[in-house]
Write a protein that binds this ligand. Sequence first.
Ligand SMILES: Nc1ncnc2c1ncn2[C@@H]1O[C@H](COP(=O)(O)OP(=O)(O)O)[C@@H](O)[C@H]1O
Ligand SMILES: [Mg+2]
Length: 328
Amino acid sequence: MPTSMIHIEGLTKRYGNTEALRGLSFTVPKGQVVGFLGPNGAGKSTTMRILAGYVTPTSGTATVGDLDVVQRAVEARRLIGYLPENNPLYEEMMVVDFLKFIAEVRQVPVSQRSARIKSAVERCGLGQVLGKDINQLSKGFRQRVGLAQAILHEPDLLILDEPTSGLDPNQIVEIRALIKDLGREKTVILSTHILSEVQSTCSRVLIVSGGQLVADDSPERLTSSGDGGEVTVVLASKFNQPLDAAAVGTGLRGVPGITQVDAVAGEGGNTLGFKLRHGVEDPRRSLFEHVVKQDLVLLEVRRTQVSLEDTFRKLTGQGSDAQPRKAA
Ligand SMILES: Nc1ncnc2c1ncn2[C@@H]1O[C@H](COP(=O)(O)OP(=O)(O)O)[C@@H](O)[C@H]1O
Ligand SMILES: [Mg+2]
């Protein structure tokens, strides 16, 4: 039995001279619900298409349930339910006929087809629209049809590319609930450029930018609550003389709870500014004690909360529409 559901190693993908993926590596164990987050053009869809067997990587490997998605494409695909970006569907087909068609394409044994369709229809709440043409459906129902077709062959892994994009707020809530429900028994990787999406649905977040992994953590730890936060301090000497920035920085590094010290511009003159990262504990009391002991003056201390948005922006540059790297 494989322990990992997805294993990606050194994956690259080049389209002409655009490097969509630049050495992406990550592993997803069985049963995890993972958010695949990144600005537009980060390489999310490319990664998902490679996993689903629709695009061949330029180099590197990807396996699903220990099956190489290129070498053993047919077997790997059986393990995967895939909802592509923009959910392309056969517009002219009735929902029920579409699901029958997919059951056939997915080679669901004839004897099991009606039971599987019935179960997917119940799961995705499609009972009332079975006789409608797909082009008559609301965007929310189209997504449900997309999810139903993805689970018909009972895959272990669901790959959902921007499953809530274009939905209204009520539809988003419904589709998220459905994904959460499916995530109870399957491994799920869902991509999004909306941060709140992963906070409510996923236990782990992978952030990609420019075709590379820039963060891999829980949503809690990527926000301030789990990982502490940041304090900005401005210091001066008691008698308004120049300070030795390196020495003061080293001193701050020794304050209990401080994990990182970065110099920032002070107020000008003989003041020094520092940005301090800290753990879960509020470090302000020990900071104050330290400053007093060093005969320094604390001109300012400001605590900044780190939101997932901040983390995202910091890790991905601008936070949206990051430009893809061009190959040299
Ligand atoms: N078929 C393609 N041909 C050429 N360039 C592509 C193609 N698909 C994606 N790209 C480029 O690869 C980069 C990554 O795209 P994509 O994987 O769709 O990112 P995301 O899904 O994160 O928005 C982008 O610069 C995009 O323009
Ligand atoms: Mg995409």
